[in-house]
Design a protein around this ligand. Structure first.
Ligand SMILES: Nc1nc2c(ncn2[C@@H]2O[C@H](COP(=O)(O)OP(=O)(O)O)[C@@H](O)[C@H]2O)c(=O)[nH]1
Ligand SMILES: *[C@@H]1O[C@H](CO)[C@@H](O)[C@H](O)[C@H]1NC(C)=O
Ligand SMILES: *[C@@H]1O[C@H](CO)[C@@H](O)[C@H](O)[C@H]1NC(C)=O
Ligand SMILES: *[C@@H]1O[C@H](CO)[C@@H](O)[C@H](O)[C@H]1NC(C)=O
Ligand SMILES: [Mg+2]
Length: 425
C-alpha cells in the first residue's frame, strides 16, 4: 500500500511538471484555505481559548483499511497528526479545539499469538510515549475520551474511497466529492465499543493530501465528532520535510520497550551505547514477502551469502542480530547455515512476561529498536517495518551508508533503497 502511495506522489509530481523532481517522496505542500463560518472570535487567541471547554472540543476519529499492518498504520498516523496540528492551530483562533482520537490497536492480521493472548483494542501507551506524541499534536486515546464522554455520538462517518480513475485526462488533481450513488454501510465495530452511535454516514471519493480533509471537517460547523474510514487514502502533506521529521521524532516508543531492548543489547552484544559499533542488524521479512515477492527477496542460502559478505566488509562487527517474521523452520535453517559459516547469529526471544504484557506488537518494536542501534543495517525491500527502522537510524544520526541497505534477490536486478534522509530545522 505504501508502494501505491509513493507511486501516486511520483505521478503527481510528473504530471504537475514540478522542477524539483529529485525528491519524489515530497508529495505536495499545497496549502488549503479553510472557510470559517463564524467569526465570533477575533484573532486574539487568549479570548477564544478561554471559551474552549471539554464539552466544546471536537474530535477526529479514524480507521485504516483492516488488512494493513502496524508500520503502515504508523505512517497514516503521521499524515493525520500533521494535518491536525496545522488545522487545530488555525481553528484555535476561532475558539474551536480539535483533537485526534488514537484508534486502539488490533487485532491485526500479522499478530500471530492471538490464539494464545488477547490482542484486541490495545491502547497506544502500550507501544508509544503519549506525552511525546502530544508534544507534537493534540491527540487523545479513545479510553481517555470515554472517561470524559461515557457514550459517544459520532455526527458523521466519512468513508473515504478512491476515485475510479486517479488520472482523469492524464492528470492527478486533488479533489473530493460526496458520493451519494450508493448506500454506505459501515462494517467496522468501533474497536469493540458498544456505546457508540452514529448520526450519519457518507461515502466520499477522495484523492489528495491529508490537509484536504479539513475541507470535509469544515462542512458542518456543529459537528463535534467526525470519523474517517480508510484514512490511508489521504496522502502525506509533508513527506520528508522538517515538519515530517518533527512529527516522526515525536513518535517515541514506550520507555519499557526501550529498556528491554537496551538490556538485551547490553547482555548479548556487550554494548551500552545508544549507537553500537559491533553488531550487524538484519530485518529478514519472510512469509508473504518470501512467497509473493521472489524478485525482491533472497532464498535462505542467498541470505547467508549476503550476511557473510557484509561481515567481511566490516571487521569491527563481531555479532549478528536477526529480526524476522519467518516461521520457525525457516529461521532454524537460516541459523544452521550461518553456523556452518561460523556465524553465530542472535534473535530476541521474549519471555512469557513480555509477550503477555506487550504482545506481538511490543516484541516487533523491541526487534526494531535492536536493529536501529546496530552498526550496520540490512533491511527488506519495500517493507514498512524496514522503513521505520531506517527513519529511527536517521534520527539517531547514523551515517546513511550504514542504514540504506537491502537484501538482494539471488538473481536479477537489485536497486539501492531510496535514501529518505533526515531534515532538521
Ligand atoms: N517481531 C517481528 N515481527 C515482524 C518482523 N517483520 C515483520 N513482522 C510482523 O509482521 C508485520 C508486518 O507488517 P507491516 O508492519 O505492515 O510491515 P510490512 O508488511 O513489512 O511493510 C509487522 O507489523 C510485525 O507484526 C520482525 O522482524 N520481527
Ligand atoms: C449511555 O448509553 C446507555 C445505552 O444507550 C444508557 O443506558 C446510558 O444511560 C448512557 N449513559 C450516559 C452517561 O449517557
Ligand atoms: C460512487 O461509489 C461507488 C461505489 O464505491 C462507485 O462505484 C461509483 O463509481 C462512485 N461514483 C463516482 C461518481 O465516482
Ligand atoms: C517449512 O515448513 C513449510 C510448511 O510445512 C514448508 O512448506 C517449507 O518448505 C519449510 N521450509 C523449510 C526451510 O524447511
Ligand atoms: Mg504490510
Amino acid at each position: 500500500m505504501e508502494r501505491a502511495l509513493v507511486f501516486m506522489c511520483f505521478f503527481y509530481l510528473t504530471f504537475s511538471n514540478l522542477q524539483t523532481f529529485a525528491k519524489a517522496e515530497v508529495c505536495s505542500d499545497k496549502t488549503v484555505t479553510i472557510s470559517v463560518n463564524d467569526k465570533s472570535c477575533s484573532d486574539t487567541s487568549e479570548v477564544c481559548s478561554s471559551q474552549i471547554t471539554p464539552e466544546t472540543a471536537k474530535y477526529i476519529f479514524y480507521e485504516v483499511n483492516p488488512p494493513e499492518g502496524f508500520n503502515l498504520r504508523r505512517d497514516v498516523y503521521l499524515r493525520l497528526a500533521i494535518m491536525v496540528k496545522k488545522f487545530s492551530e488555525k481553528e484555535r483562533k476561532h475558539g474551536r479545539q480539535w483533537k485526534l482520537v488514537l484508534p486502539p490497536w488490533g487485532p491485526l492480521y500479522h499478530w500471530r499469538s492471538t490464539q494464545k493472548i488477547s490482542q484486541r483494542a490495545l491502547p497506544w501507551n502500550l507501544f508509544f510515549d503519549i506525552d511525546s506524541l502530544r508534544s507534537f499534536a493534540p491527540v487523545i486515546e479513545l479510553h481517555e475520551l470515554l472517561d470524559i464522554e461515557k457514550n459517544l455520538t459520532l455526527d458523521k462517518i466519512y468513508m473515504l474511497q478512491h476515485y475510479k480513475d486517479a488520472f482523469e485526462n492524464g492528470v492527478f488533481v486533488e479533489k473530493w466529492e460526496i458520493n451519494d450513488s450508493v448506500s454506505c454501510e459501515y462494517s467496522g465495530n468501533f474497536w469493540g465499543q458498544t456505546n457508540v452511535v452514529v448520526r450519519d454516514i457518507q461515502c466520499v471519493n477522495f484523492q489528495g493530501v491529508a490537509s484536504k480533509l479539513t475541507e470535509i471537517l469544515s462542512l458542518n460547523s456543529y459537528d463535534r465528532m467526525i470519523m474517517f474510514t480508510n484514512a490511508e487514502t489521504a496522502l502525506h502533506d509533508e513527506y520528508g520535510t522538517s515538519l515530517y521529521w518533527e512529527a516522526r521524532k515525536s513518535m517515541r516508543f514506550n520507555s519499557d520497550l526501550v529498556q528491554i531492548a537496551s538490556d538485551f543489547i547490553a547482555t548479548v552484544f556487550k554494548c551500552g551505547d545508544e549507537k553500537c559499533n559491533n553488531y550487524l542488524g538484519i530485518h529478514w521479512r519472510r512469509r508473504d514477502f518470501a512467497a509473493g515477492r521472489r524478485k525482491d527477496v533472497p532464498s535462505i542460502k542467498g541470505t547467508v551469502k549476503q550476511i557473510s559478505e557484509a561481515l567481511m566488509k566490516n571487521d569491527l562487527i563481531k555479532y549478528v542480530f536477526i529480526a524476522t517474521d519467518a516461521p520457525y523452520n525457516e529461521t532454524k535453517k537460516l541459523l544452521e547455515l550461518l553456523l556452518s559459516h561460523k556465524i553465530h547469529a542472535k534473535l530476541y526471544e521474549p519471555t512469557d512476561h513480555v509477550i503477555l504484557k506487550y504482545k506481538d506488537g511490543g516484541v516487533a518494536i523491541i526487534d526494531q529498536i535492536i536493529c536501529s542501534r546496530s552498526a550496520y543495517f540490512i533491511g527488506t525491500h519495500e517493507s514498512t517495518f524496514t522503513y521505520r527502522i531506517q527513519e529511527e537510524r536517521e534520527i539517531m544520526g547514523f551515517n546513511s551508508d550504514t542504514t540504506f541497505n537491502r537484501f538482494c534477490p539471488d538473481t536479477g536486478k537489485c536497486e539501492n533503497p531510496s535514501r529518505w534522509t533526515i531534515i532538521n530545522d
